[in-house]
Write a protein that binds this ligand. Sequence first.
Ligand SMILES: NC(=O)c1ccc[n+]([C@@H]2O[C@H](COP(=O)([O-])OP(=O)(O)OC[C@H]3O[C@@H](n4cnc5c(N)ncnc54)[C@H](OP(=O)(O)O)[C@@H]3O)[C@@H](O)[C@H]2O)c1
Length: 298
Amino acid sequence: MEDSMIVVTTPTGQIGSRLVLRLLDQDRKVRVVVRDASRLDDSVRERVETVVGSHDDPAVLDQALSGAEALFWLVPPNPRAPSALTHYVHFARAGAAAVARHDVGHVVGVSSAGHGWPVPAGVLSAAFAMDAELSASGAAYRALSMPFYMENLLRQLDAICAQGAFHLTCAGDLPLALIATRDIAGVAAGLLTDLSWTGQRNLPVFGPDRLTPDGMAEVIGEELGRPVAYRRVAIDDYASLLRSQGAGDQTVKDVTDAFAAQDHGIYDEDWAAAEPTRTDFRTWCREVLKPAADARTS
Ligand SMILES: NC(=O)c1ccc[n+]([C@@H]2O[C@H](COP(=O)([O-])OP(=O)(O)OC[C@H]3O[C@@H](n4cnc5c(N)ncnc54)[C@H](OP(=O)(O)O)[C@@H]3O)[C@@H](O)[C@H]2O)c1
């Protein structure tokens, strides 16, 4: 099966781009679905098959999945969607139907940790609904189930560099499970290059440490060589901020329900069951955050 065709969605994204490189490093046959092929690195574009379009389009999926054995599936974040559930299910239904039409044997999807959480968890619940659609496709399926991405902090690089602070809604002394996107790509690459797995299940993918935001601030400060503080934002204030940026009621609810679930421990059960990946928070700060901060300030 070494020459089986692996289809990768979102090849320009944080996870997808790293996944493509890992697959190419192993000389695998890769076909990417991309809206704008010029956004791929030249070295990647030369070595992959390219299908141009979005993976919520059945015609694009027909082109992409023809003769494919395996699929990496990721629903792109869309804060402007009327609801997270509608958005995820729209993509997932198109994906699942195409997987069934083309008899694709294995699908690896980017989901969230916390399946089975008893109350609505906004965008996280939308990802669980996506898993249900893809599981019903008939393919073997792994729902990669992750907590908070370390890369989320890159969006706060300006504040970290200029004000020496970052903000989240969770309590400063409550441990938050973390994952580096390169480790997610590593797990996905492992699954897509060894298709001996069967059935459908959730696979918790967690980094090795679980730090409090206050502890994260300490590590960031040590690695950047300057003091960094964690500042908690009340969830109601965060909702007001989203509204002031034009978010509708459902979008605000999708985000704040997810944050509330995070605060109430939605990741805990999967954290306990996960086999930890390699990248701890300090290593990530040293190898990813610090070079990004240095580039910003130089
Ligand atoms: N952040 C977290 O803490 C967290 C935790 C658990 C799960 N997740 C899940 O992780 C996923 C995000 O992964 P990521 O960080 O790798 O994503 P990302 O870096 O934001 O990349 C988004 C990708 O989607 C593509 N894209 C955007 N809009 C599109 C559209 N309408 N049609 C087709 N492609 C489109 C983008 O491509 P172009 O713009 O180049 O076309 C890009 O490749 C989400 O599903 C999220 O729910 C996130």
